[in-house]
Write a protein that binds this ligand. Sequence first.
Ligand SMILES: Nc1ncnc2c1ncn2[C@@H]1O[C@H](COP(=O)(O)OP(=O)(O)OP(=O)(O)O)[C@@H](O)[C@H]1O
Ligand SMILES: [Mg+2]
Length: 302
Amino acid sequence: MKLVLFGGKGGVGKTTCSSSSGLYFAEKKQKTLVICTDPAHSLGDSYGQALENEINKIEGVENLSALEINSNIRLEEFKKKHGDAIKKLLDTATQLDEEDIESMFQLPIPGMDELMGFKAIVDLIEESNFDKYIVDTAPTGHALKLIFSPQLINDYVKVMAKMRWKYKYMVKTFSGKNTTDTSDDFLMDLKRTITRIEKLLKDEDLCEFVPVAIPEAMSVLETQRLISELIKYGIHIQRIVINNVITSEGCQFCRDRKNQQQFYINQIRDKFAHLKIVLIPLQNSEIRGIEKLNKIKNLIFG
Ligand SMILES: Nc1ncnc2c1ncn2[C@@H]1O[C@H](COP(=O)(O)OP(=O)(O)OP(=O)(O)O)[C@@H](O)[C@H]1O
Ligand SMILES: [Mg+2]
């Protein structure tokens, strides 16, 4: 796999799994980039290193780098770069006047910032400076928005292209001239970006999504929903990680919790009999810094 995405409910261990998988692949001499798309970045905290707004080498680990992507900044850059083309598009394809166009340009388009975050990932993969790309996604709702953003924007592109086509048809009818300008290039470019992202996400030789869960009712339910959405979309899933699994039987509290957890672990095993289940035991301290992440890495890949 070239691209591995970790996703799940808030706080279940997505970042921990992403950073320790990064350590694993790096150790296997694969040049690895761990990317965080969660606006509330915690990759730096996980590795115990402050991350700059660029690709950062992880200190003391060969072959490992990390990047926290800020989708809003990417969207602003995109708007700056394509602002004229977008305004031209609105000008020729709608009846809006200059002031309205300006207001419309400032409006957020749902899914556009996620799409830009994803574009950044696909650009990185196409630059091919790394062997492995691991994505630490934001909690489920946001991760699904990320995955569905290409489809959403594709619908916009279709409507825009149709309006452009009508405009061009009119110009041709009245002036006999074919018109092509930067807004056509812009639409084509956006369409190409969407196609690149969807192709990568649906390629089971290149991309895998790993749902992360904990053995509790809410997480099991959310994992089921997440998986069914991902399957509908066509993303390849091979394994589920169940984190925070209690192993100790030393006291009544532990035995009770362990029994409750076992019920949900069995439920996941039954529901997803075709998937590999990876259990990560609950540790006696939080997982921060390379040493602790290495321990989790051994537990996952042991
Ligand atoms: N197996 C474990 N044992 C003990 N602590 C753990 C374990 N896995 C994760 N943690 C701790 O639980 C907390 C949440 O983990 P993590 O940040 O990886 O979750 P997340 O899913 O990325 O959260 P968020 O949704 O907020 O991004 C962290 O403090 C982490 O150190
Ligand atoms: Mg996280």
